[in-house]
Design a protein around this ligand. Structure first.
Ligand code: NAD
Length: 261
């Protein structure tokens, strides 16, 4: 259903972004990956996406999205390699935790640059083409932390709330076009990095991994289970599918009930 469509998924060398890239390629889209990683890991990510699709290796950009100039260059490269960008998934993100009064200034700047400002620069760069063709999908991977807060995550929570606000403005400005913009707001998603936190908590609190997951990491997630990458990826695919033109400016929670509590 996405054959003939092209997509850039930022931060797609691992985790949620790779899952979304794989899902979109599986539906027939031509994709460009972005993100860091060891050459072997990037090669494995490209292979996974190729195998899900028609076997064609996806493009990969190593653009550092903390730098606006690199985001703009990546969009331009994608337009020249793929002809156009129909779908932009703003997914790249980092986390840093610390009480606010000790939060390092440079960590604040990095989280805001990657998690928030990159979404602005990427959206701005793809809009002329999407508006000219009167079709586009901008999908922002925000977080439950775009809707509610937790302590010690000041930069992340500020950035994700900002992404939710930007999603609404983008949707309003494009409401009379064929371009939609939505935010997916996951709770804790089972990714390699997130799973590592379980053993760390188990060790520091002296509890079993089961208790660490249920009572600590997933304390705020009423389902008491991970959100799976495939659940997030399928939501992204849905947003690119037919009969979704009126679905815009929304925050789509995939959080096992977190923000309902
Ligand atoms: P991840 O660490 O597995 O992947 C992050 C990706 O972003 C990687 O490909 C990495 O190389 C890339 N990246 C990091 N800094 C970059 C930069 N400066 N320029 C370009 N790429 C960069 O993370 P994930 O868990 O898959 O998270 C993806 C998104 O989902 C993030 O925005 C995150 O905030 C959000 N999210 C994650 C969870 C979760 O529980 N894992 C929950 C809610 C929201």
């Amino acid at each position: 259903t996405l054959s003939g469509r092209t997509a850039i998924i930022t931060g797609s060398t691992s985790g949620i972004g790779l899952g979304i890239a794989t899902m979109l390629a599986g539906a027939g889209a031509t994709v460009m990956l972005n993100g860091f990683g060891k050459p072997d890991d990037i090669a494995a990510a490209k292979r996974a996406v190729a195998e899900a699709g028609d076997g064609t290796e996806p493009h990969h950009s190593a653009a550092d999205l903390s730098k606006p100039v690199e985001m703009r260059a990546m969009i331009a490269e994608a337009e020249s390699l793929m002809g156009q960008v129909d779908i932009l998934v703003n997914n790249a993100g980092i986390q840093f935790t610390s009480p606010l009064q000790d939060f390092p200034d440079e960590k604040w700047d990095a989280v805001i640059a990657i998690n928030l400002s990159a979404v602005f620069h990427g959206t701005k760069a793809v809009l002329p083409g999407m508006k000219a063709r009167n079709w586009g999908r901008i999908i922002n991977v925000a977080s439950a932390h775009g809707l509610v807060a937790s302590p010690e995550k000041v930069a992340y929570v500020a950035a994700k709330h900002g992404v939710v606000g930007m999603t609404k403005v983008t949707a309003l400005e494009l409401a009379q076009t064929g371009v939609t913009c939505n935010a997916i707001c996951p709770g804790f998603v089972r990714t390699p990095l997130a799973e590592v936190q379980v053993s760390t908590i188990a060790q520091t609190k002296g509890v079993s991994e089961e208790v660490a997951l249920r009572d600590h990491l997933l304390a705020k997630q009423p389902s008491k289970r991970w959100v799976e990458v495939s659940e997030v990826a399928r939501m992204a695919l849905y947003l690119c599918g037919p009969d979704t033109g009126s679905l815009t400016g929304a925050t789509l929670s995939l959080d096992g009930g977190w923000v309902a509590a």
